[in-house]
Design a protein around this ligand. Structure first.
Ligand SMILES: Nc1ncnc2c1ncn2[C@@H]1O[C@H](COP(=O)(O)OP(=O)(O)OP(=O)(O)O)[C@@H](O)[C@H]1O
Ligand SMILES: [Mg+2]
Length: 262
């Protein structure tokens, strides 16, 4: 099982979009994928077609119970025809109250999600984090094997990436197994000179860590709004190209043993 957490303290850069894009690649390839939404906004949850769920990730974070995730999984409403719908641990707005509550745990509440995932088995687990480096995101990082930093080619993106890299290092130092960086995904890549400038800046500063860009395309927003995998958008302009970009990321990030189904 490979556990990937998508992070950036900055809002609106595309953490959820890339999480859904990678889940869509898994869908198209019949890979057994679990998406865990730890953002109270619940955008990954609704993107996967889950509305008003009776249970949520908040139940797992409320206590330290090994394997509790197993009973909190719903199945995405993504079509069962043409792909394999992912499992989803949904988030609801109630999760917003959990973070300050976790901070009051005298022995620390960094690894509640890691404990909740114990014994749970999927080929790939994708964790969608909120826009902060707070305790919810820290729980995502303690539960993951790899952090995927998502950014957009905007002002000072590189500085933001540096800040996350420092957090990843600090968390890694506190674990028995290191937390590695899966890469930096550059999302919302436009055709402007400004976008090219900041994209180049990221590639100069972070070298081979920076992955091929995902372009800004209306089809990407449309897929999420319609709770569909981008791969199922058919002939909608840009859908096929966007799907191919997420497949490229998927192939670079996900263990080849997994994508080959071995
Ligand atoms: N490649 C893209 N093409 C077009 N629109 C995009 C793309 N990526 C993201 N968007 C749009 O930008 C907005 C922000 O994206 P998204 O919600 O994925 O960011 P986020 O980092 O998860 O935000 P938050 O920090 O609030 O969780 C959304 O409306 C989304 O549809
Ligand atoms: Mg999001």
């Amino acid at each position: 099982m490979q556990v990937l957490t998508l992070v950036n303290q900055k809002g609106g850069v595309g953490k959820t979009t890339v999480a859904l894009g990678l889940a869509a690649s898994a869908w198209a390839r019949q890979v057994d994928c679990l998406v865990i939404d730890i953002d109270p906004q619940g955008n990954a949850t609704t993107g996967l077609g889950i509305w008003n769920p009776p249970f949520s990730i908040d139940h797992a974070l409320a206590e330290e119970r090994p394997g509790s995730i197993a009973s909190l999984r719903a199945t995405s409403t993504w079509p069962a025809d043409g792909g394999r719908p992912p499992s989803v641990v949904p988030a609801t707005p109630a999760l917003a109250a959990r973070e300050p509550q976790l901070m009051t745990d005298p022995i620390g509440a960094n690894n509640r999600l890691a404990v909740a995932l114990e014994g749970v088995d999927h080929e790939i687990v994708i964790i969608d984090c909120p826009p902060s480096l707070g305790l919810l995101t820290v729980n995502g990082m303690f539960a993951a094997d790899q952090a995927l930093i998502v950014t957009e080619p905007g002002a000072w993106a590189s500085d933001g990436v540096n800040q996350i890299l420092r957090t990843v290092e600090r968390i890694s130092a506190r674990r028995t197994v290191p937390l590695t960086v899966a890469g930096v995904a550059v999302n919302r890549m436009g055709r402007t000179r400004d976008a090219r400038y900041w994209d180049e800046q990221l590639r100069t500063d972070h070298g081979s860590m920076v992955l091929p860009a995902v372009r800004l395309r209306a089809a990407v927003t449309e897929a999420a709004a319609n709770s569909l995998p981008i791969h199922a958008l058919g002939s909608r302009p840009g859908a096929r190209e966007a799907a191919a970009e997420f497949d490229t990321l998927f192939d670079l990030i996900v263990n080849t043993e997994v994508s080959n189904g071995v």
